[in-house]
Design a protein around this ligand. Sequence first.
Ligand code: ATP
Length: 201
Amino acid sequence: MMRIGIFGGTFDPPHAGHKKYADELKVRLSLDKLLVIPTSTPPHKGKINSASAEDRLNMVKILFGNDTDVEVSDMEIARGGKSYTYETVTLLHGIYPDAELIFLLGSDMLFSFHSWRNPDVILSHVKICAVTRNDEINEEELREYVEKHFPDSKERFITCDFDPIELSSTQIRNAVRDGEIVEGLLDAEVLKYIKEKELYL
Ligand code: ATP
């Protein structure tokens, strides 16, 4: 069965941390394909100094352009409005009815998963992989959470640990605005795009 990972994010801009995350998760979870899906209007984030959806999508395509096992999807941006995960995974299940879909969820988001819209619909279509950073969430805590909120779907949760680069898009936006050097934190072509489009100034 084909295993497909789903990696959503704001990607404002996409950076070396996202690339490492994608590269490692593909291997650790034996993914045949990774779908990278930039969100439309981020429900959880403010809007200071941000790039347009079109620019974010273009930068994500640049970052992952050489990876034949990565597909960048504009499905959330094309849909517009708030991006709800249950809608996205329902559509993906329709497109890939025979695949095993694995939704990658950052450990910072894990313990609010029950408050997302229609978590049971999400769980009916995808497995949730809680991606922990350097074992900061222990298995025990995760088991308790799942037991409390989703006792009938325990097998739908898996974990994967990885070692992140200490880097965030916020940090890069601020650095670009302040004229600091960001080479090395970003793909060279993405940086070129940011400069040409005069983003984050
Ligand atoms: P912001 O600073 O704007 O909040 P961000 O750098 O956290 O952005 P997002 O686009 O929100 O970037 O990231 C999407 C997902 O990518 C996150 O949920 C997280 O799982 C992962 N991610 C973000 N930064 C890193 C990093 N430095 N290393 C590994 N994974 C990361």
